[in-house]
Design a protein around this ligand. Sequence first.
Ligand code: PMP
Length: 417
Amino acid sequence: MSKLFTNVKELPPDPLFGLKARYNKDSRSDKVDLGIGAYRDNNGKPWILPAVRQAEQKLINSPEYNHEYLSISGFEPFYTGAAKVLLGDKSPAIEEGRVVSQQSLSGTGALHLAGLFLKKFYSAGPHTIYLSQPTWANHKQVFETLGLTVKTYPYWDNATKSLDLKGFLNTINQAELGSIFLLHACAHNPTGLDPNYEQWNQILAALEAKKHLIIFDSAYQGFASGDLEKDAYPIRKAINDSVVKSTPIIICQSFAKNVGMYGERVGAIHVVLPTKDDAFGRAIKSQLNLIIRCEISNPPAYGSKIVSTILNDKELYSQWRKDLVTMSSRIIKMRNALRAKLEKLGTPGTWNHITDQTGMFSFTGLTPEQVERLEKKHGVYLVSSGRASVAGLNDGNVDKVANAIDEVVRNSKSSKL
Ligand code: PMP
């Protein structure tokens, strides 16, 4: 039978979901999951945000509640509210009608739409997209599958555990005019390292000088600092302060993490035009609609209605902002606890990067061998790059994790630390 097809090779499991499967099979009662980036409460349990619980009640009790199809663009109160979360209520781009929005299947769906749209229509530069080195593993395959050429820009300097700004700017300057650059808006995955404001200003100015097209991947707004405004800094700088004037900007927005609705696939793509052009805006919208119609017909309703209920209700919105602080401050607390414990144990190496980093992840600096030993000997699961989802730590397991890291660092031959 397989002779009827060519090249249907069995692929290895997805590294992250494969890790999750191994974790689920592990019968040790004190195992710890620091793999997939999903928030956990201090008992290690998934957390339904109070804002979401209240919004669900409000939605279900509403006389308009139903399960009808949405329009092809999605739920309008959702995607217009979502644009305001990114750009702010008073954004000139919104007020002047320069933002084209389309609901997507969470952040991944938005990235796919962005790639497909650029592949079909982008003509001002090469179909080459630059990704940070390293980046979220799915970025490369999403864009390669669509036929874009994927290259990288230096980002993480392993020697100093800080941003390789010089390398980043060099690549921007040397890339062919009008290339595509994907930027993590905040809480960089996997390193947890974000440029500071001054560095962002330099990066954005360099991109503008070379007329590169920016895709912002905004999957963690509110998670880095607990503050939606702060975490949108580079987006608002580029758009509201008109730093980027020569090309549209694409924003891929996920509500998986910051509303904790991972499985409901709530997201949006926004194409922001630098100057008003209603006819072009309508044309973009119609082309995004066509892609959606062919691929999923119309976006899923439930999650977007919940998020819309939160965004369009003053009290629920302020509850959500509190929930963001609850999540981000618990993660910061765990960063401090892990670092303090490692330093107390005198674990070889320096550990300040754990608290310097921000968002869901810490790039621990552990080697693949050390990570393997952590999993086999201690039942502590993280991806082989050494990225740990700090959200998986809690008061009950942080000591165990620190002791396990201490053991693997002391007992491995080669240490990167
Ligand atoms: N971008 C980045 C950097 C991510 O880390 C993720 C989720 N891990 C996403 C996009 C998309 O996630 P989702 O499709 O679940 O919204």
